[in-house]
Design a protein around this ligand. Sequence first.
Ligand SMILES: [Zn+2]
Length: 238
Amino acid sequence: MRLEVLAIAAHPDDVELTCGGTLLKMAERGYPTGILDLTAGEMGTRGTPGIRAKEAAAAAKILKVSWRGTLGVPDSDVQPTRETKMRLAKVIRELRPRTVILPYWKARHPDHYHASTLGYEGCFLAGLQQLPLEGQAYRPFKILYATSFEGMAPTFIVDITQQYHRRRRAILAYGSQFRPAKSEKKQRVFLAIDQLDARMDLMARHYGQMIGVKYGEPFLQKEVMAVQDLADLPVRSI
Ligand SMILES: [Zn+2]
């Protein structure tokens, strides 16, 4: 298999929330895309790993990804250890993605920032010829970082206006996380569905507005971007 884009994140539903629209857009342009969940999300307050796996499969279908897998790292204990990096490197060698999307390196949840480091270092290891690991050495060309965090300046924003409503459906596929059973309603829900919906809409509009479209998804990269033709530069200045 040879993926164009592989999005890696700590928990099932992280990718949907940060870059689901972009993955769908790439799939619609004919590129094979994939999602690697580092954990099965077994520490989540709601749902069981079995339920979350079904939800993840339903979301993957909506986002038209060609491949989705779980690395099997323990939830709430994502760490860039030698062992987890080697496991990730093996997957990178198998899928050979040109672009890898990782969680933004600053986050509240330790799994998210550790996933960022683990992802980067796993991609690096995958390219070492002498690594005692099966498969042909391979290193992705591009590493991007995705976030639903406010307060950072993105390097670029992808227009997901055409994909927004299906991305929303993919997120809502995680019914156990966002749609508590009626008997549970009195419990405190961290991300109640109406709140989540309003927040998703607000964030996507906020980033969309920055590039003059309705909905957008922000990305960061650590290197600069090259330009060939000033006449092709998008986004109005004044
Ligand atoms: Zn998460």
